[in-house]
Write a new protein. Structure first.
Length: 511
């Protein structure tokens, strides 16, 4: 074999041996390369983490930081109110089991069944002595203003199916007779009726009392848990409150101060605005409510009470009753009011109350109620204890405990023994103003006394509600003050009487 051939054979064998050897070692080389690769990646990652952190992007900031508090949107107040064709959203219909009517057999125990409902009459509202500060239990806000809608659902157990239907019809009539601008027109409400239903309503009231009757109508809706935010009649409530707010002057007065007895209308309107604010705590009504209550305080006589105008120097029990209710409702809505106005009002009520009979007079101690000129014969003052009822309510809302106060007990006896509600035009016993305050006072008193009054009151008014055409849901404005008040006034007062279960909590609990 030549040298060249030997060399080629040797190189071939050497190359093959090397190739075989390298292939044999390949898996370990691959593993080694993989391990080194992982180490390099980890080192690179570690090096990246040593860099300063970058700024958070918008999504991260939104996630990490708490959202800003929402500001409540003001209610729009258009210059002209246009018809609102949108369908009103109603509360969900709840099916309730049939129960016996308690118009004939109403017991206080049935009220006890529902007083534990959330936000109706909560133990949280009572202080260490058992006193409850709740005057207004409006819908939508909880606490003192939190249970009206819930109470309304359960009212059949406390008041009777017929009475609750009467409330529903009363609200419907009021809604149908509200003017486009939002008011309830005391003397022109009938123009808002439906001619297709037949004759329009009669019974106009005094044209100067629009703010007063608008306040009463709004109290009916607020008492049933309706607010400008929720409920079947939320648009009616919103329009009414907007109109009322627009009537307020620079001093905070809702009624025209040219009116000789404007404090009546102002007090009722201030009460409605305070309840609207308490029910929702909406900034839309806060300023108006505060200014209205400030004007109430500005009208009070030093060391005394109120009468027809601003600090007139004389006082009467009737205006004082409305003012006390407005102040109490405002206080429960969170508006600061010190105890002095209540102490002065209570001092005047004491001054007007006869120590032997418990009767509270109008402008003189133990006197009979007053009547509009020419009405005393048709509706004798002796058939009414309206100012005694006002006195009882004012005493309780000013802090006197009915189970301990002798004057309250004597006043209640007057109402029960002589002056239970009776619908008898021939006798002249119809006095819706008296029945309104009597119902409020007797409900606050509670117990068997309330049961007796409640049954008489139901019998007197539920069956007298109109059910025909445009009149359906209203009460005729007859009685001692029906003529100046008109049909809106009478319908509102009777509706408020029937709402007393869920409109007011018992200030001192149930006896």
């Amino acid at each position: 074999m030549s040298y060249e051939m030997y060399r080629q054979q040797f190189e071939s064998e050497s190359f093959n041996d090397i190739l075989v050897e390298q292939l044999r070692r390949t898996p370990w080389l691959l593993i080694s390369l993989a391990i080194h690769g992982v180490i390099i990646v980890l080192l690179m990652a570690f090096a990246d983490n040593e860099k300063p952190p970058e700024e958070q992007n918008m999504a991260e900031m939104a996630f990490d930081e708490p959202p800003p508090e929402e500001e409540e949107e003001e209610i729009e107040e258009p210059e002209e109110e246009e018809p609102e064709p949108e369908e009103v959203v109603e509360d969900p219909v709840e099916v309730e089991e049939e129960v016996d009517d308690h118009d004939e057999d109403d017991t206080n125990e049935e009220f006890e069944e529902i007083k534990g409902e959330e936000d109706f009459i909560s133990d949280a509202n009572f202080d260490a002595k058992g006193n409850n500060d709740a005057i207004g239990l409006g819908g939508g806000a909880g606490g003192k203003f939190g249970g009206r809608r819930g109470g309304r659902r359960h009212a059949r157990r406390g008041r009777g199916r017929k009475a609750q239907l009467a409330v529903d019809k009363g609200l419907e009539w009021l809604a149908n007779h509200q003017s486009k601008d939002g008011r309830w027109d005391a003397d022109g409400f009938m123009e808002n009726g439906d001619p297709a239903l037949g004759a329009l309503c009669d019974g106009p009231g005094n044209a100067l009392y629009d703010t007063g009757v608008t306040g009463l109508a709004l109290l009916c809706f607020l008492g049933a848990g309706e607010t400008h935010r929720s409920g079947k009649y939320k648009k009616n409530v919103a329009k009414g409150l907007r109109w009322l707010k627009k009537q307020q002057d620079a001093e905070g007065c809702f009624a025209p101060q040219t009116l000789s007895n404007f404090t009546y209308c102002h007090a009722i309107a201030a009460l409605a605005m305070a309840e609207a604010y308490g029910a929702t705590h909406s900034p839309s009504w806060k300023d108006s409510a505060e200014k209205g209550i400030a004007f109430c305080l500005a009208c009070q006589n030093e060391y005394k009470a109120w009468r027809y105008t601003k600090k007139p120097g004389n006082n009467d029990t009737s205006v004082t009753g409305w003012m006390v209710m407005a102040l109490k409702s405002a206080k429960n809505a969170g508006i600061h009011i010190d105890k002095r106005p209540f102490e002065w009002a209570l001092s005047f009520i004491e001054e007007m109350t006869d120590d032997e009979t418990g009767r509270t007079g109008y402008i003189e101690k133990g006197g009979l109620p007053v009547r509009e000129a020419g009405k005393a014969e048709e509706f004798p003052p002796s058939e009414s204890e309206s100012l005694t009822a006002v006195g009882i309510s004012a005493r309780i809302f000013c802090g006197q405990n009915p189970s301990e106060n002798q004057m309250i007990k004597l006043g209640v006896e007057n109402l029960l023994s002589k002056k239970l509600p009776v619908w008898d035009p021939a006798r002249g016993s119809i006095d819706m103003y008296y029945w309104y305050y009597g119902t409020l006072a007797m409900f606050q008193y509670g117990g068997e006394s309330w049961n007796k009054w409640n049954q008489a009151m139901n019998e007197a008014i539920v069956m007298q509600q109109r059910n025909d055409g445009n009149f359906a849901g209203s009460w005729d404005p007859i009685g001692a003050w029906g003529e100046p008040g008109g049909r809106v006034y009478s319908t509102a007062l009777m509706t408020l009487c029937l709402e007393v279960y869920y409109r007011y909590g018992r200030v001192f609990g149930t006896r």
